[in-house]
Design a binder for this molecule. Sequence first.
Ligand code: ZN
Length: 167
Amino acid sequence: MVLPIITYPNKILRQPAEPVTFPLSKEMVKLTQDMVDTVRKADGIGLAAPQVGKSVKLIIVNLEKSGVPTLVLYNPKIVTKSFVKTEIEEGCLSIPGVFGNVKRPKKVTIEAQTAEGKTVQFTDDGWVARVAQHEIDHINGRLIIDLIKKYTQGAEIVKEWRTKKLL
Ligand SMILES: [Zn+2]
């Protein structure tokens, strides 16, 4: 089931999310499937649970179009990150019309739990690393508008939020 995507300045996007517990509840299994449906439908490359109104630590990395199977990560966190950073233009399904360059560590090791509650670690220095960092930010209440120094699109939208003290 495709869920509506919450957009900024909805406060849930600023709230640190709660850890997911195991075994997964029926609701969590359903939420996972719905989030996969939602990110595919939105043609997005990633989605975090707060973006569909659930303040829990669950993210989806959807790079199917680049040949990477869809990743479902519970309680993900970055355990190590490279000193080397890359600057890439990012957008966000929750902040439509706003784009800008974001600097992030190029290579990260991420620890997360699978649907079975098994703890796994993996390292990546490509798109998975980039998208996972964006989504992990979401579950910590951090957004690209906190990180963008130079906007490539939608600077006026952000300026208005700043004027209204919504940023
Ligand atoms: Zn986002």
